[in-house]
Write a protein that binds this ligand. Structure first.
Ligand SMILES: [Zn+2]
Length: 330
């Protein structure tokens, strides 16, 4: 890798629709958020164009299917045998609609096409079935089968999968060699602070830890979570770890007075990364913008405007996950 003369701004979006939350909420409990994803994505693509932003869409493999027949054909032969059966989406397949037109909560082929048509964004994987790599009962072989299915469905759209975002940020380090074997060069790790450590699942899921993460979105508790480019290569796996710096929490009516603090916190971390030639990695889900769309887009536009200023001043660059990983590797 050559000398680093600028900082980088990465945005990854966990694109999953109902597959990301099927074990927590029914479609009807989250309907507005989910059905507005078809509006959120084109609006985001348009805004990204205006501000020259490159996005990485970590996309669930199920979403690639045009219809149920195709989806079932795409399914891996080996399915995850979670101890808690609620984590497996395969039992719910009977209840989904027959295609995207009938069921916009479980299919997104046309939205994937829109992202692809914009050319500059990356489509990575969020696994085929929103696979939980740290849950009990599933195996490495089952993960590999899932990953192969994700890569295969993308190939049908001429997409080569090079990056992965693990569902619920469950990074299983013993699975990274499988990713490498199948051509993946980068993954999104987690912030260093204990409140983000998904390996300690009981601690991570505790109410007090969740409250701490909420507070951290507005007040600087965990730091800026920016990273030096020359420290991103994970020597053990050979993959480039592009850890999250911050989850962009959706607008909340109850704490709207804190919205400006949230924006300021992100901007400060971006400025720090631009000045110090480091990486700042922001992520969220398209469905997070499905309610209070205008408020959420106001926030992201403020962030994009700030990016543009930093781009002018410090040559700060927006980049996809795999492009930055390529750069690190060369
Ligand atoms: Zn997810």
């Amino acid at each position: 890798m050559m000398g680093v003369s600028n900082g980088y701004f990465i945005i990854s979006l966990d694109f999953e629709l109902h597959w990301g939350i099927f074990d927590k909420r029914s479609v009807s409990e989250y309907q507005e958020n989910l059905e507005n994803v078809k509006l959120v994505i084109p609006r985001l693509l348009k805004l990204a164009d205006i501000y020259n932003i490159e996005l990485t869409f970590a996309t669930v493999g199920f979403l690639f299917a045009k219809n149920k027949e195709e989806l079932i054909q795409n399914n891996p032969k080996l399915l995850p045998s979670y101890s808690q059966t609620k984590f497996s989406p395969y039992a719910t397949l009977d209840s989904i609609g027959i295609n995207e037109k009938e069921d916009e909560f479980h299919y997104a082929s046309s939205l994937i096409d829109q992202i692809q048509e914009a050319k500059k964004h990356e489509i990575g994987t969020h696994t085929y079935s929103h696979y939980y790599c740290l849950e009990d009962g599933q195996t490495k072989e089952q993960f590999e089968a899932d990953l192969i299915a994700a890569i295969t469905v993308a190939k049908k759209k001429d997409i080569t999968i090079k990056s992965i975002v693990f569902p619920r940020n469950q990074v299983n380090h013993t699975y990274l060699d499988i990713c490498k074997k199948h051509g993946i060069i980068t993954y999104r790790g987690v912030e260093k602070h204990k409140m983000y450590n998904t390996l300690e699942r009981i601690h991570h899921k505790k109410q007090s830890t969740r409250a701490l993460r909420l507070t951290d979105s507005f007040f600087n508790i965990s730091g800026y979570n920016t990273y030096k480019v020359n420290q991103l290569l994970d020597a053990n796996s050979g993959l480039v770890n592009l850890p999250s710096s911050s989850f962009l929490r959706p607008y909340s009516k109850n704490i709207k007075s804190l919205e400006s603090l949230k924006i300021a916190r992100v901007k400060k971390a971006m400025t720090y990364s631009a000045k110090n030639n480091e990486v700042f990695h922001l992520w969220w889900h398209p469905h997070n913008f499905g309610t209070y769309m205008d408020e959420n887009f106001f926030t992201i536009e403020a962030i994009f405007k700030h990016y543009k200023e930093l781009n002018n001043k410090f040559n700060y660059k927006s980049i996809t996950m795999s492009k930055l990983a390529d750069y690190v590797n060369n």
